[in-house]
Design a protein around this ligand. Structure first.
Ligand code: NAP
Length: 256
């Protein structure tokens, strides 16, 4: 299982200890003190699709669930490539995207670059709440005219906006706390990736409460031709359908 998400942890917890199954969760190793899934865990990159295919064969992997974050595009493409080459069944588990509700003022962006362009053109905005994560901050670095509240799990490095405050925090985030945070920092626009899921959607409710616009970065296209499910239950069913069935009890072993 390729992980790094709450869904991956829930799937590992459900499958761990089931007879006939050995579940190995793989984490990229990006964040310090990651929440660890139940069962066996390995950490670090594989070395591209070749490395992933070789590792899976060495470990006797029989099926792969890609439960990585919807924006983790490279590892998903590598999984599709490695599984196609080795003939391994692959399932994509990706939580549904958020959809706008009445009262939302979403400004769609196809990428972080597009989001940065929208900010520069939004002449009325001056204070940005940027929640798109540590990676990709460099595209906002040239924006000198706006102030940023940058929230991430671990301290960011590399180019980032000069006028900023960095807030280190790990979700989940509740609606009321998000609203209070946006008010305290005088935020007038929120920037987020469309990650989906309940753990971080409090910021969307808060933005709606406050009448703030949201620059919503849409997801990258999924790897073509890969079966997918949107919930953990669907992934459990998919795995169990491929798990070896316990063999019949040996003759004479029944209660006598
Ligand atoms: P990415 O751009 O798709 O992947 C970059 C490289 O990181 C991959 O080529 C692979 O290295 C390694 N990698 C990524 N996920 C891995 C995993 N589960 N196990 C082993 N190696 C992995 O990924 P990313 O966007 O940096 O995300 C990294 C991890 O953080 C993912 O596991 C994802 O679920 C989690 N995450 C991402 C985001 C996000 O917004 N992107 C948000 C929350 C959590 P090799 O080529 O060497 O194998």
């Amino acid at each position: 299982m390729l992980g790094g998400t709450s869904e991956a942890r829930a799937l590992a917890l459900d499958l761990h200890g089931r007879p006939g199954l050995r579940v190995i969760s793989s984490l990229a190793g990006r964040v310090s003190r990651p929440a660890l899934p139940a069962g066996q865990v390995r950490v670090g990159g594989f070395g591209g699709a070749d490395g992933l295919a070789a590792w899976a064969q060495a470990e006797g992997v029989r099926a792969v669930v890609d439960a990585t974050h919807p924006f983790a595009q490279t590892i998903s493409a590598n999984a599709a490539d490695a599984c196609a080459r080795t003939g391994l069944p692959l399932l994509r588990l990706a939580r549904p995207a958020w959809t706008a509700r009445p009262g939302d003022d979403w400004r769609p962006a196809g990428s972080l670059d597009e989001a940065a362009g929208l900010l520069r053109r939004g002449a009325l905005w001056s204070r940005v709440f940027l929640t798109s994560g540590r990676q990709g901050l460099s595209v906002f670095a040239p924006i000198e005219e706006l102030w940023f509240l940058i929230r991430c799990v671990d301290p960011p490095s590399g180019p980032m906006p000069a006028r900023r405050e960095v807030l280190l925090a790990r979700g989940p985030y509740a609606r009321e706390a998000e609203r209070a945070l946006m008010q305290r920092f005088g935020i007038d626009v929120l920037v987020t990736k469309n990650s989906g899921g309940p753990l971080t959607e409090g910021k969307l409710d808060a933005a709606r409460d406050l009448g703030l616009p949201v620059v919503m970065v849409s997801r990258p296209a999924p790897a073509p031709g890969v079966a997918s499910v949107a919930d953990v239950g669907g992934a459990v069913g998919w795995v169990l359908a491929r798990a070896p069935r316990p063999g019949p009890a040996p003759a004479g072993s029944g209660a006598g």
